[in-house]
Design a protein around this ligand. Structure first.
Ligand code: NAP
Ligand code: F7E
Length: 323
């Protein structure tokens, strides 16, 4: 029997990688998209004839119930969210609605339609915020530092609560930062690799960043969507930290990205206070021993490979745009 998977947030970075991953494994892939005056399918353009898209919105409970009822997925991956931390300070209520309450609406839809549907919830290392210990594990207490992080803590615990209350097969993946050539350009890694490509090709002069000292545990999105799938294939629902276990600063990322095209980073990078946050998460580093032991998950792409992959992809894209 062909397995059906439903992905909310299929137009985002992870949605695109996950759709491709599931299609390769023979799944019938359905994606939820929200209504927009102009289509926003750039990341899944190459998959358009292979995935079935449906309109619904995290804010609209009935649309979610109808969607889950129409698709009757075996697996539901809830990736949709307002995911940009600075926007969460500007739009905290909307972030709470999408990123926090949206999770309850998804779980309610599953509870209403069919409790046997397995659910993956996209939780985040931002929940650790002002970290209580290093590295962070599934038992490290949360101390979120942004409305986004707070909303994700709610999403995490409501997922655990529905698992315990209604016996849903609901997993929360606590994923650390994961990047790729499909990452949105507002996030620091892609902002850097896009700028490096443009500076190398002579169409940009400077790169303005915020806190260069921030430390992140950066992995490759392709490796991380594999972990989501592994969680839903285990015999028991649980929560897992997914991380590489290595941290690097924003400065190091920039240094490596510029070095990849043979340029020094210092002459091009300027600090602009406009990119500082009201409250910062200064350091994150995850311990994914549980996922490695129980699921057999391992990241495959190293930090230098990730940086090189992103810079090369941006160089190719900018060259094409220029031509
Ligand atoms: P992303 O690129 O920002 O994609 C977010 C997706 O959510 C987009 O498809 C977006 O649709 C959709 N969406 C937003 N609001 C919606 C609404 N009201 N109704 C329906 N769809 C809505 O995020 P990502 O990097 O792929 O991350 C996927 C998930 O993992 C998110 O929940 C994120 O918070 C979480 N996460 C990400 C990371 C990371 O490092 N990437 C780490 C931990 C957790 P549009 O295209 O219409 O905007
Ligand atoms: O910032 C610093 C910034 O916006 C990383 C989301 O996917 O991962 C992501 O959240 C660090 C921060 O990602 C700039 O202050 C310096 O310390 O790339 P980011 P994030 O906030 O860590 C988590 C796991 C998620 O769940 C989120 O959805 O870089 N930084 N200068 C900058 N950041 C940005 N964006 N722009 C700068 O110019």
């Amino acid at each position: 029997m062909t397995k059906r998977a439903l992905i909310t947030g299929i137009t985002g970075q992870d949605g695109a990688y996950l759709a491709e991953f599931l299609l390769k494994r023979g799944y019938q892939v359905h994606g939820m998209v929200r209504r927009s005056s102009s289509e926003n399918f750039d990341r899944i353009g190459h998959l358009r004839d292979k995935v079935q898209l449906h309109q619904a919105d995290l804010l609209d409970q009935l649309s979610l119930v109808r969607l889950v009822d129409a698709v009757r997925p075996h697996h539901l991956y809830n990736l949709a969210a307002q995911s940009f931390v600075p926007t969460s300070f500007e739009q905290p209520l909307l972030t709470g609605e999408f990123t926090g309450l949206g999770v309850t609406r998804i779980l309610e839809a599953v509870r209403t339609v069919d409790r046997s549907i397995r659910v993956y919830q996209a939780s985040s290392s931002e929940m650790f915020g002002s970290v209580r210990e290093e590295p962070q594990t599934e038992t490290t207490p949360f101390w979120p530092r942004s409305p986004y992080g707070v909303a994700k803590v709610y999403g995490h615990w409501i997922t655990v609560n529905y698992r315990e209350s209604y016996d849903l097969f609901a997993c929360s993946g606590i994923l650390f930062n994961h990047e790729s050539p499909l990452r949105g350009k507002e996030f620091v890694t892609r902002k850097i690799t896009d700028a490096v490509a443009r500076i190398k090709l002579g169409v940009q002069k400077k790169l303005k960043l915020g806190n260069l000292d921030a430390l992140r545990d950066w992995g490759f999105a392709g490796d991380y969507v594999r972990a989501m799938w592994m969680m839903l294939h285990h015999d028991r629902p649980d929560d897992y930290v997914i991380a590489t276990g290595q941290k690097h600063s924003v400065r190091e990322f920039a240094e490596l990205a510029f070095a990849h095209v043979g340029l020094p980073w210092e002459p091009y990078v300027e600090v602009d206070p406009k990119f500082l946050r009201p409250a910062e998460v200064t350091t994150l580093c995850g311990d994914s021993a549980k996922a490695r032991r129980v699921l057999g998950w391992e990241p495959e792409v190293s930090f230098p490979e990730l940086v090189a992959m992103m810079v090369d992809a941006d160089l190719n894209r900018v060259r094409k745009e220029m031509a």
